[in-house]
Design a protein around this ligand. Structure first.
Ligand SMILES: Cc1ncc(COP(=O)(O)O)c(C=O)c1O
Length: 413
């Protein structure tokens, strides 16, 4: 930081303030986490200086002696962790990874089924505002009105009628187990490829805390910066037979030179994720989410599906007469940072939805456990009573800061 401060004090100052913010608030956006100092070191390394279009041993530029080894290590570790025949670690992030699946398996057009954004799917699973919904012929499946769970039978009927060539499963905002076996069955019945986007739950899948998409899915995609605690990036895992199509779609189909500093940091994160400490970390994420959900419900909060099986919970803020945005904004003033989110069959718009999405991966990385989750639930409860009362919210914030000081944030000096 000293050198950065000398060159550009404005940016150095802003980074430092953001570091303090990340250390002093309860970060509960389920897709965020703390990368370790080791991962951050690799991400900020001189590897960013090198161009290496192509794949290990098949590059278009000279000087790849060490870069090739780094990418090979990352690929080997990814294959081992996910039990996959092939891994591509070059996608710049989760959305480009998904885009490569569309391009690699379908080409520029085709019929796709994905989970509706409003039901908890991701933009890249066929939303109209994304490339996926604008360039491909998409039909979307969703949730059962009765219980808020994925309506597998409706998805099966839709698949029989629509005959998709590719089905995406996986979600950004779904608190329950996803049944990859049923999706596999549906995909096989209609002759579609199945892609499982496990960006949110990859840690749970590789540690046995959520069913693994293999052998049901043809392709798995994941971001590397959520539960895996890597740098911002993406990965695609698949059968050996699909490797040429996937690799060609990533490069040269969609991308140029891989971000070698990110590849190295992914390798480090994968090493960190391969030990028993990571299994324990993921077990605690789920235990924490359950403790948080149980305490919120005990305090009268309405949670979508009545709880959680994974790392996240969705509050229906209308149970306190609030909108999601008003609650999320009040929580931020109290030092608890989450995001307003649509709830199933939300009568409100995406810009001003009814829910708030809460996740435990980042708090668990700080070493917080069930007692802290119960305390967080109590703090959120108090926030709902004092929305608009700046002094009362500041008082909660002071308590949050005290709590944060007792649980140092990894990677932040
Ligand atoms: C399920 C899922 N897939 C893909 C992505 C996209 O990742 P990125 O934001 O890195 O493009 C996200 C992001 O949150 C996600 O939740």
């Amino acid at each position: 930081m000293d050198q950065l401060r000398e060159t550009d004090s404005q940016i150095a100052e802003l980074i430092q303030r953001e570091a303090a913010r990340q250390a002093n608030v309860l970060r509960m956006i389920p897709s965020e986490n703390y990368a370790s100092a080791a991962v951050l070191t690799a991400t900020g390394s001189i590897l960013a200086n090198k161009y290496s279009e192509g794949y290990p041993r098949k590059r278009y530029y000279q000087g790849q002696e060490f870069i090739d080894q780094i990418e090979e290590v990352a690929v080997q570790r990814a294959r081992a962790l996910f039990g996959a025949e092939h891994a591509n670690v070059q996608p710049y992030s989760g959305s480009p990874a998904n885009m490569a699946v569309y391009l690699g398996l379908l080409g520029a057009e085709g019929r796709v089924m994905g989970m509706d954004l409003a039901a908890g799917g991701h933009l890249t699973h066929g939303a109209k505002v994304s490339f996926s919904g604008s360039y491909y012929d998409v039909r979307q499946y969703g949730l059962s009105r009765e219980n808020g769970l994925i309506d597998y039978e409706a998805a099966r009927r839709l698949a029989r009628e629509f005959r998709p060539q590719l089905i995406f499963c996986g979600a950004s905002s779904y608190p329950r187990i996803i049944d990859f076996a049923i999706f596999g069955e549906i995909a096989r019945e209609v002759g579609a490829f199945l892609a499982a986007d496990i960006s949110h739950i990859s840690g749970l899948c590789v540690t046995g805390l959520h069913p693994h998409p293999l052998p049901h899915a043809d392709v798995i995609t994941t971001t590397t910066h959520k539960m895996l605690r890597g740098p911002r990036g993406g990965m695609i895992l698949c059968r050996a037979g699909l490797a040429p199509a996937i690799d060609k779609a990533v490069f040269p189909g969609l991308q140029g030179g891989p971000h070698n500093h990110v590849t190295a940091a992914i390798a480090v994160a994968l090493k960190e994720a391969s030990g028993t400490a990571f299994v324990e970390y993921c077990r605690q994420i789920v235990a924490n989410a359950k403790a948080l959900a149980d305490e919120l419900m005990a305090r009268g909060f309405k949670l979508i599906t009545g709880g959680t099986d994974n790392h996240l919970a969705l509050i229906d803020a209308s149970c306190r007469g609030l909108t999601g945005k008003i609650l999320a904004q009040a929580m931020e003033k109290a030092g608890i940072v989450a995001n307003a989110n649509k709830i199933p069959f939300d009568p409100r718009s995406a810009n001003d939805p009814s829910g708030v999405r809460l996740g435990t991966p980042a708090l668990t990385s700080r070493g917080m456990k069930e007692p802290e989750m119960r305390r967080v639930a109590a703090l959120i409860d108090r926030v709902t009573d004092v929305v608009g009362d700046e002094a009362a919210l500041a008082k909660i914030r002071a308590e949050v800061e005290e709590m944060c000081a007792a649980f140092p944030a990894p990677g932040i000096a």
